[in-house]
Design a protein around this ligand. Structure first.
Ligand code: 2M8
Length: 431
């Protein structure tokens, strides 16, 4: 009994700390992922954080999404970063991006489309249905335009799955899934630059210099094309990959957007979204590696499936696009992974020689991915494994605090501290 009491008070403390993190990262209408390290509004961070705000301040939660869409591009894109206020603690900032639309206000690429998920969650859980409906009416066409952008700009051949043109668009920046597709030559005219991330976080927890050179090679290539004319970018980019993270989230977001369309009586939109879902189901079939029993990302230029088995391999469960048979194989694989580490879910198969327990998306655990995988497992009836991931996540935050990511071997925290989306997960999922 005493232990339970202790546990309750620890949990109360985590909830309190999480609310404090969101409040202290609030910059007025938007939340930064972490002070210093990421001083602007990031797209999928913000959408996830909105659901965290919703737990204790609904108005503020809607505001987060409104601000996110306030710099939406005319063609429908919602950028990965919105630079609302000047800061020199991050590289590359607005002066490097130099996007032509909303001059210097956003980056020129996108990120996983989480917004529809949060909008639905907030609408379903609202204490103010009349106001919430107004908010949804305002947001719905904007989210729809963004999803349309993904298909128009990133799936011109109508394959059902969309391409990312930069690893930053996946959100899993230095994942080993991009290694084979990141072998294009580094631009020899790349202007010298100074990384800011290394002033906040140890170099062994961040991408290497070689990786950053390639990130910038892509950025400057797109900048030379003025970031416009998506057809052109799609053609000229030396990096074009079907990413499981963006595509699983887009699929799930389409299901939630369809649900919202039904609430609003938008029958044309329902039909359009159902078309995307049907195509998406077909598109995902090509990403299944039968021999490995896993989904894989795919290089669209060479047509090859990427060999790395990454945590996003389990996200089709979250999307609800995996078959029962595929789900069983995924669970088999995940269970094997977990024999090699203490905590779930590492971002790379720990049996892979490239596994690095501290380096960002090449091994560490990310709570938002844990939430998605556990939610997906539950949906397919794997409650025990879903519970295991949830319990590990609670233990990690108890032990290490609201860190950016966690070491799957030791359970230590890594990367940034007082991290917004980790706090949001503690409020909306782990409380
Ligand atoms: C990380 O990405 C940014 C670039 O967008 C960076 O390292 O500079 C990723 O973890 C990404 O998924 C995340 O949205 C962002 C802010 O938390 O940081």
């Amino acid at each position: 009994e005493h232990e339970n009491e202790l546990e309750q008070s620890t949990r109360d403390q985590i909830v309190k700390d999480s609310m404090e993190v969101l409040r202290s990262n609030d910059r007025g209408g938007y939340t930064v992922p972490a002070e210093g390290l990421y001083p602007f509004q990031w797209n999928w961070d913000s959408a996830i954080v909105a659901a965290g705000w919703a737990v204790f301040d609904e108005l503020r939660a809607w505001e987060e999404l409104e601000t996110l869409f306030s710099d939406q591009w005319k063609d429908g894109m919602v950028a990965s970063i919105n630079f609302h206020k000047f800061s020199k603690t991050y590289f590359p900032g607005p002066e490097i991006w130099g996007t032509p639309e909303n001059p210097s206000k956003t980056s020129g690429i996108s990120q996983p489309p989480v917004a529809a998920l949060s909008a639905r969650f907030m609408y379903e859980h609202t204490a103010h249905p009349v106001e919430a409906k107004k908010n949804i009416e305002d947001l719905f066409p904007k989210i729809l335009a963004w999803h349309r952008w993904w298909y128009k700009a990133r799936d011109p051949n109508n394959t059902g799955v969309v391409a990312i043109l930069h690893p930053w668009e996946s959100g899993m920046d230095n994942s080993p899934a991009w290694d084979e597709s990141m072998t294009f030559p580094i631009d020899p005219t790349l202007p010298p630059y100074e990384r800011q991330d290394l002033t906040h976080v140890n170099a062994n927890m961040r991408p290497t210099k070689d990786t950053y050179d390639r990130y910038l090679t892509l950025l400057y290539r797109f900048k030379r094309e003025n970031f416009y004319d998506p057809d052109k970018l799609y053609e000229i980019s030396p990096f074009r990959v079907t990413d499981l993270c963006v595509n699983s989230i887009l699929f799930r977001a389409n299901r939630d957007l369809r649900w919202l369309a039904l609430q609003l009586g938008k029958t044309d939109a329902v039909a359009e979204i159902e078309g995307w879902l049907d195509n998406g189901f077909e598109g995902f079939k090509k990403l299944w590696d039968e021999e490995a029993g896993l989904f894989k990302c795919q290089d669209q230029i060479t047509g090859k499936l990427e060999d790395a088995a990454i945590s996003a391999a389990f996200l089709p469960l979250f999307a609800g696009v995996a078959t029962r048979e595929q789900a069983a194989r995924l669970v088999e694989n995940l269970s094997t992974w977990l024999k090699h580490v203490k905590y779930s879910v590492p971002s790379l198969d720990p049996q892979d020689p490239r596994f690095e327990q501290l380096r960002y998306w090449r091994g560490p655990i990310w709570l938002i991915i844990n939430w998605m995988i556990s939610n997906g497992l539950r949906h397919y009836g794997y409650d025990k494994l879903a519970d295991r991931i949830r319990n590990d996540s609670i233990e990690l935050t108890n032990k290490a605090g609201l860190r950016e990511y966690f070491d799957p071997v030791t359970g230590d925290g890594a990367g940034g501290t007082k991290f917004s989306w980790t706090a949001a997960m503690c409020l909306g999922w782990l409380d």
